[in-house]
Design a protein around this ligand. Structure first.
Ligand code: UD1
Ligand code: CA
Length: 482
């Protein structure tokens, strides 16, 4: 269930000092996608009327990332100084002007930019709580982790009303013993939320405006408060590299489980690495140690053999990839095509049934249906300044160890002799050979061997002789002639 009048505020202005990074925390990636994009994707599932991301003034990269999003409904607000999560939400108020939230009847959902594993389903369940007849005015999201660490703790009364959230640095030993932790998600009636925010103070261990203090203010003012619950694995807050790695592990487990549930065989799931946007068809088999970078789409019945690296690539039905293949962005492998071991492709389209089975580089190339690219073929696509295209016609045969110096076109059904360096276009059905003519010298190998053997004998015979003996000089001369 989604709320018809919902605005979302995503907090992302914190410096994230514990990451020890020059990059803003929310731009660090989990499963090939920034934490911010994960959060915005989860939020998009609620179909909110407006989304505002609160950032610091020195975060043009985050503003740019937000502006580049395709949905276009997300805007940014600046928090000049990082005075706390409560202050950050207040900074979003202007960006919400014109929306029902702060002045009208709409709801406001606050999520943190550093909780990338949050799902739409959990947020939707929380929103559903606001639809009930006696719905709380303010709702938090709680979880019970094995180790509550430094999360804020929910203090509830006997009726499950939230009396307050106490932040870890401010908590007494008894409060630290509470297992119910704050996930950082807050949902409330907009006007109530913004009126309470104006009353936040900084009388706490960090001297910040804590968003979490809204609960104490709401409870004292007689507003109904409540709490929803989330799976601890979903609300992991990322403050350090170790936590980033922990989130990665959780998300990889989730993505593997989803792939298998959708009919993909992962021979060794623990060694398959996915990006959040990886799309695999039915009856795909993935052998051990395969990496899917962002932007990979794989059709039905594809086999991806061990130790492959794919990124920005589309693999169509029934193709076989690897072992040890690298598909780089712009690669399209047609239906039933084969990419074998130690083959690298970039910005290359292979037609149905085409083959490049061994030790090949195909960059900026078009390979026609059923063409055969021999072992060791290289497209020489870069001249130090620009990239040039190679086109290989349908059914063409490129002999092993061929260099195709782009721009160059090999016609349909043409054959290129092994070991060629091809600099001129080859017409359809022509046979081209571009290599030095072969010379043979009858008996020369035998003579060569005899000379070398006699040198060997000479050395033995000369052993013990004085340095600079004529035998050794002769041997040296012969070696030069050879
Ligand atoms: C916060 C919660 C804590 C909760 C935990 C869950 C508060 C006071 N504490 O603690 O109860 O258990 O998250 O992960 O809310 N931010 C701003 N501007 C600021 C400060 C923070 O935009 O001035 C943003 C940060 O970029 C971050 C989020 O707010 O995305 C949370 O801030 P952070 O400092 O990570 O809070 P925690 O100490 O983790
Ligand atoms: Ca945090």
């Amino acid at each position: 269930m989604t709320l018809s009048k919902l605005a979302v505020v995503v907090l992302a202005a914190g410096q994230g000092t514990r990451m020890k990074s020059t990059r803003p925390k929310v731009l660090h990636q989990v499963a090939g996608r920034t934490m911010l994009d994960h959060v915005l994707e989860a939020v998009a599932g609620l179909e909110p009327e407006r989304v505002v991301v609160v950032i610091a003034p020195d975060m043009p990269a985050v503003a740019k990332a937000v502006a580049a999003r395709p949905d276009g409904r997300v805007r940014t607000a600046i928090q000049d100084r990082q005075l706390g999560t409560g202050h950050a939400v207040a900074c979003a108020k202007n960006a919400l002007t014109g929306y029902h939230g702060p002045d009208g009847s709409g709801d406001v959902l606050v999520v943190f930019g550093d909780t990338p594993l949050l799902t739409s389903a959990t947020l939707t369940a929380l929103c559903a709580r606001r639809q009930a007849a006696d719905a709380p005015d303010l709702l938090g999201l709680a979880f019970e982790p094995a180790d509550p660490a430094q999360y804020g703790r929910f203090v509830l009364d006997d009726n499950g009303q939230v009396l307050r959230i106490v932040e870890y640095p401010d908590a007494s030993p008894a409060e630290r013993a509470i297992g119910l932790c704050n996930a950082g998600v807050l949902l409330g009636n907009g006007p109530v939320l913004f009126s309470l925010i104006e009353r936040l103070g900084t009388d706490n261990a960090k001297g910040e405006y804590y968003l979490t203090d809204l609960f104490a203010l709401a409870s004292t003012a007689g507003h109904r408060t409540g709490v929803g619950e989330a799976d601890p694995a979903e609300v992991l807050g990322i403050n350090s590299r170790a936590e980033l790695a922990a989130a990665e592990a959780v998300l990889q487990r989730r993505l593997r489980a989803e792939a298998m549930a959708d009919g993909v065989t992962l021979v060794d799931p623990a060694t398959t690495w996915f990006s959040a946007d990886t799309r695999l068809g039915r009856d795909v088999t993935v052998q051990p140690n395969v990496f899917f970078g962002p932007g990979v789409v794989v059709g039905d019945d594809v086999e991806i053999r061990a130790f492959c690296h794919l990124e920005g690539a589309t693999v169509e039905t029934g193709a076989v990839i690897g072992p040890y293949a690298r598909l780089r962005p712009g690669t399209v492998v047609g239906a039933g095509a084969r990419i074998g071991n130690f083959v690298e492709t970039k910005n290359t389209v292979l037609g149905p049934g085409a083959k490049a089975n061994h030790l090949t580089y195909l960059g900026d190339a078009q390979v026609g249906a059923k063409a055969n690219v021999g072992a060791g073929t290289i497209t020489c696509n870069y001249d130090g300044f620009g990239k040039h295209l190679t086109s290989i016609g349908e059914g063409a045969f490129i002999g092993s160890n061929t260099a195709l110096v782009a721009p160059v076109r090999i016609g349909k059904g043409a054959i290129v002799g092994a070991g060629s360096t091809i600099t001129e276009d080859v017409a359809a059905d022509a046979l081209a050979v571009g290599r030095g003519p072969q010379k043979a010298h009858p008996g020369a190998a035998k003579r060569f061997r005899q000379r070398r053997e006699s040198v060997g004998t000479g050395q033995k015979a000369g052993a013990g002789k004085k340095k600079g003996s004529s035998g050794k000089k002769k041997a040296l001369k012969r070696r030069k002639d050879g």
